[in-house]
Unconditional design. Structure first.
Length: 438
């Protein structure tokens, strides 16, 4: 799951929406043409030079879900001010975090909060301050269990290790402040990966991915063109958004690319490396990839235009799961896998002059798309027994067995939601924090 629903990303997309509205006057009402991905199958993940474009290719596998149209599992209830099933949302006491930037739950089930006041952890029903540095984002944990965070307006990155000490990496360690976030950029990827050589990879959501070398204690920055993406130019060009990194079952590093161009998205798909050279995944060419996920069987799930793509390493081929029908182009912006490995996705449905027409959530169950939610940007997390928790536009919802019920509301229209190891649901509107449950 990438954190596409972050506070900053919403602000940039609101700006995008304003620009889109301004363009409607001169834009035609019809949607843009769909870009079809290459039909050539990536037969394996072993290093292989890209074939010439004239080489004929087999068709992509398409025997999977094409259930359109699909009705919603249940009509959403109208938001009400009454909180519900588990005793209601309770504002968290003892937290003086200032502006909250994001929430994260570690492998032990503890809640971490990144804020202007620093990094705080909820441990044994008490708040502990782990850092007083203003923290932009908690990125996640590496293979050694160190927690990495972005601090000081992205000018440095920090790692909190198991001994309870911090290491800060700035310009003297090769870390540079990423380019300014454009309004279409999805921001940092949703996790960190460690390659077979021990290097730590991070996607910035801007025009680069980064690798930390633990031996030299330095960061190396790879621009999009450094890993084989073609340069793009033009008055509307926002940049290559290298939005996510993932490690395949065969220990290859995958990078997803999406290009911001005015109020539109384009893309050059997936590139991957064996540690020495970079290769393209032909079936993803032309796709805007904003999220990549891997399930327990090693299947790689990739967001794309009008479809969710899946690479099966056992079969060595790709499957294209066509999205339920929509009048114009659609884009998968977020993938979250539940405990059974089923993908839950957020889809941006294009309007007349840009990508902000509507937003909808589906999940794939037994090769069938089920509609979960339609509204503004949302955040999704899973609790015990596969129960899904969703927050959007100030309302909290509980989804189970195809049914949805409202569990309470918070002030404001933005939110981030997580579930900790005790089953407690945490939600923030980026100013305050609430808990629901045990």
């Amino acid at each position: 799951m990438r954190t596409i629903n972050s506070h900053n990303y919403r602000n940039y997309l609101i700006l995008s929406l304003a620009i889109s509205i301004g363009l409607i006057i001169s834009a035609c009402a019809s949607g843009s043409e769909q870009v079809e991905p290459s039909s050539q199958l990536e037969s394996s993940e072993t290093p292989q030079a890209s074939p010439p474009t004239s080489t004929p290719a087999p068709s992509i596998v398409e025997e999977a879900a094409s259930p359109t149209p699909i009705p919603p599992t249940e009509t959403l209830p109208a938001p009400t001010p009454t909180a519900s099933p588990s005793g209601g949302l309770q504002q968290s006491g003892g937290l003086a975090a200032g502006e909250i930037h994001n929430l994260w739950v570690d492998a032990g089930g503890q809640l971490w909060v990144a804020s202007e006041a620093g990094v705080l952890v909820f441990d044994d029903n008490e708040w502990e301050v782990r850092s007083s540095e203003p923290t932009d984002r908690i990125l996640g944990a590496d293979s050694d269990g160190s927690i990495w965070v972005i601090i000081n307006d992205e000018s440095a990155i920090g790692a909190y290790d198991s001994s309870g000490s911090w290491e800060i990496y700035g310009s003297e360690h090769g870390w540079t402040t990423p380019n300014e976030v454009e309004y279409l950029s999805p921001g940092y990827g949703d996790g960190l990966i460690t390659d077979p050589q021990g290097g730590l990879w991070l996607a910035t959501g801007r025009d680069d991915v980064r690798r930390f070398d633990p031996e030299s204690q330095t960061w190396e920055v790879f621009q999009a063109t450094d890993i084989g993406y073609n340069p793009v130019s033009g008055d509307d060009y926002q940049g290559h958004f290298l939005a996510d990194v993932e490690l395949s079952r065969s220990q290859k590093v995958w990078v997803g690319d999406c290009i911001g161009e005015g109020v539109d998205f384009k893309g050059q798909g997936i590139r991957w490396t064996d540690g020495e050279s970079w290769f393209e995944a032909p079936d993803t060419l032309g796709e805007c990839v904003q999220d990549i996920g891997i399930d327990s069987d090693g299947k790689m799930w990739v967001g794309a235009f009008d479809a969710l793509l899946m690479y099966d390493p056992d079969a060595g081929n790709w499957t294209r799961y066509q999205l339920p029908s929509w009048d114009r182009r659609q884009l998968v912006t977020d993938i979250t896998l539940d405990q059974s490995g089923n993908p839950w996705i957020e889809v941006m449905q294009y309007g007349g002059a840009g990508p902000l027409g509507a937003l909808v959530r589906y999940h794939l169950m037994d090769d069938e798309w089920l509609k979960d939610y339609e509204g503004w940007f949302s955040s999704l997390a899973f609790g015990e027994g596969g129960v899904a928790w969703l927050c959007s536009e100030g309302s909290i919802y509980r989804l189970e067995n195809g049914k949805i019920e409202e569990a309470g509301d918070i002030p404001g229209s933005e939110c981030d939601i997580v579930v900790d190891g005790s089953g407690r649901v945490w939600v923030t509107n980026y100013a305050d924090l609430w808990g629901l449950g045990p």
